[in-house]
Each structure stands twice: as C-alpha cells, then as structure tokens.
Design a protein around this ligand. Sequence first.
Ligand code: ME8
Length: 509
Amino acid sequence: MNKKYYITTPIYYPSANFHIGHCYTTIIADSLARYKRLDGYEVLFQTGTDEHGEKIENKAKEAGITPKMYVDEVVSNAIDLWKSLNISYDKFIRTTDKLHEQTVSKIFTKLYEQDDIYKGEYKGLYCTPCESFWTPSQAKDNLCPDCGRELKEVSEEAYFLRLSKYQDRLLEYINSHPDFIEPISRKNEMINNFIKPGLEDLCVSRTSFKWGIPVSFDQNHVIYVWIDALSNYITSLGYLTNNDEEFQKFWPADLHLVGKEIVRFHTIIWPIILMALDLPLPHQVFGHGWLIVNGKKLSKSLGNYKDPREYINKYGVDAIRYFCLREVPFGNDGNFSEESLILRTNADLANVLGNLVNRTIGMAEKYFDGIITNTKVKEDIDEKLIDLAISTKQKVDKNMSELHIADALDNIFEIFRQSNKYIDETTPWALAKDPEKNDRLATVIYNLIESIRFGTVLLQAFLPETSAKIFAQINTDACSFNTLDKFGYYKENTKLGKKEVLFARIEEE
Ligand code: ME8
C-alpha cells in the first residue's frame, strides 16, 4: 500500500519580525513530516506566506513601496528563518503565485455560479490587523475578541458566502468525525460559541482597498483574504487545473496544524468552502496553544520578542527545536523564557544525551582505541536495556499518532537515561581493571553504542543536526526505522568517528 501523508502549517503573514512563537508550529510540523518520511510514508509538507490584504497594503504604503515589492522583500525572511531551523518543507506556496491567484479566482466564480456566493451589502465591524469580520454581539465594547484592538465600522457592497446553508451539515460532520477537531476543548468552543448560536453568511469581498485577487466578474471587488489564504491547501496541488495529479493523490490533507486563534477559520469557513466545492474534508485540524511570555502572546506589536536567529546562534538550532517540542504539552499554552530554555537544554541535552555520548565514546577510545566489538558476554542486566530499546518505537508511534510530541520525546530520552544508568550499574572503569573482564567490557560498550544508535534513529525526526553528528561520531549508516526491530545492527569492528561535544552545559549569565 502506498502510504501518503499531507501535512500543512498555516501560511504566515510575511514579516520582518518573526518570533519564536511563529517557529513553534513549523518545528512541530517538521518533526511530524520527518517522522512520517522515516516511517515509509510519501509526505507532502507544505508551508508558505499569506501575502494579500489591507494590512500588507498599508505596510507597503508606509514604506513607500508597492505591496509586491514589500512582500518580495519580507518573504525571503521567512525562507531564511526556516532554513536556519532545518525545516524540511516540500512546498512553499505564496498567495501571490500566479497559479494560486488563478485557482482562487476560479473557486470564487464557481461558488458564485452555483449560488453559494451572492451579492449583498455589508454593514458591520472589521479588524484590520486580524483581517476578520465580527458581529456586534461577538465584539464587546467595539474591540476585536482575538487581539483586543479597536474595530472599524465598515459599510460596503459585498459578496457573501452562504455559511448558514451549511450549518447543520457542518455540525453533523463534526459530531460524526470525533477526530476532526483536536483538542476537544477547541471542538467544544467551535460548536458552542460559533456553530450552535447560528452561522451568519460571511462577507467574502472588499472594495475599500485593492491588494488582493480581483473577483473575475466584478473587478471593483477583491476576494476576502481568508478565502484566498485557506484555498492554498488545494491550489498548490493543481486543483481545477489540467495537472491535478498531486491533488488526486494528496487531498484530503491528513493534518492542518494551526494556532488556536485560527481554528475558527479552519473548522468553519474552510470545511464549508470544501463542502460547497463537493470535496472531502481534511482528516484533522489541530489547534495548538501559544508560546507566551509573562502571560502574554509573543507578538511584534507587543514588543516582547527577539529574532529567533539570535537564540539559534547562541544556543544551537536543536536546543530551540527541543524546547518547542518538549517543554509544552502540545495543545496547551506554554511559557517561553531564556531561563527555561537554558534549564531544558542543560537538563536533557547536556546532562542526559550529551553526557551519555561523550562518556561512551570516551570509554571506547580509552579501553579499545575506538574500535567496537561485540564479544557477546551477556549478563541479565543487559536485557532491560535491550528490551527498552526495542519496545520504544511502538510507544513513540502511538504518541506521534496522537500528537503527544513531548511524550514521544520522553520515550526516546528514556533510552538515553537508562543507558546512563547502565553505565553506573555496569561500572566499566572497574571492569577495565581486570584483564579477564575485557570481553565483558567490550559487550558493555557495544550495548551502549547500540542503544545510542537506537535512540538516535528515532531522534533524527526531531533533532536532525544533533542526530547527524551522533551518527558520524559512532560511525554508522544503520539509521533507518528498519533497523529498530532487533538489537545488533551496529556493525562489529567499526572504528568510531571523531569525538565532539554535542551540548556543553550553559552557564546562566
Ligand atoms: O494567522 N505561539 O498568520 P500568522 C504559538 N496568515 N504560535 C504562534 C504564536 C505564538 N506566540 N504567534 C503566532 C495567520 N503563532 C494567517 C494564517 S492559514 C490559511 C492563514 C502562530 O503569521 C499562529 O497561531 O499571524 C499561526 O498558526 C501561525 O503562527 C501563523 O500566524
């Protein structure tokens, strides 16, 4: 069977000021994509940039350049950031790509022709920074319920999408597909706060600015930026073109990973567009929490952020990746601070993993000139380590399929913790004193190297740079998931590579 996996992040508003919170979704999506690839899936991992709308038009005006010039400049910032984080996306879509623009225009026209979009007049409240419409009952004190900023009253001729027509079908779908919206708290919020009170038809065009995809049959209007943006998940696959092989293969998506504030768009507007287009819905939309600082969302406008590349340069890319993946139970909000980043790095990466690799290679060099042999002088104590190594993949699989990423990493680190314990229990330095125990010593070292290999094969989905370094140091190419079914793939008589410190303990300034 050909196993496929289509995973997406949101497409980001291009910005010169990405912060660590923006990296969060993408690092997690990257680890899921890498894990699935290693597990034999054909993976399509897509990210990109959301480049139209009033907000971008205003920013370009302030900078005295055209919107296209503005987005071209800042998109390279996103690409550079993803590169510095080792993000292995397969596709990067820009909503200013010609193909995307053409397909969004076709989608809008199709929905209009079949009367799912109609012309009317919009009077109401609009939040320009969030590009979202609100009804007076949703917006207390004229403030945006998402970002708290003041809403603008707008009144204009506009096109509307018939959300109300699909309300019952959507509710039925959500109820009959329990995994569609995760975690459950977000599902309940969508049902109780938005769907059950009644969906109003959504205004899907604007006339007060120009930077967007024009409505093909009414050029005064540009298409609402969220219709434009959400469609990226299918326009990139060639939907409504003659070349739609990827669409046939990969749609529906397996997972849309999104921040909690945009779950509403992905679980109400997007499914209704898909229903109207008679297309299947994605298997799952997962709404994760935010990285916060002192209780506040990290945000360029709140000024509480640093360029993530500063942290990467200071602590290394995998310290940042590890923090994002491990620190916060996925789904919840979590606090980010440099102190907690340092604590996490020291506790797990330096003290457990770095220390294990360093001690093991150090002993192999000291006692055997770095040549690893397996003399197979077994003792009972070995079984515990071997059983743990072999049984870990299954545990990690289960946690990954439930998106319990932090728990999956904890499973992997259990191998490293147990290996450190194994060193303390087998006391290689004592064995080294007795020539008769030389063969047992060789087995102990072999078991340690093989355990490190086991853990690292799994770890490479999460910390690719560190894993590559470990594979080089233990000098093995037994790196695939096929080498996790039995202990002993590590080749006998291998000479270790060059020893290198993986994570030095960080001393707090
Ligand atoms: O919403 N912690 O783009 P965006 C965790 N263009 N995640 C955070 C975060 C934080 N502090 N700050 C931002 C958009 N994010 C739209 C999406 S999709 C069709 C269109 C996450 O650049 C945020 O939750 O504002 C979202 O998932 C992603 O960064 C992009 O946010």
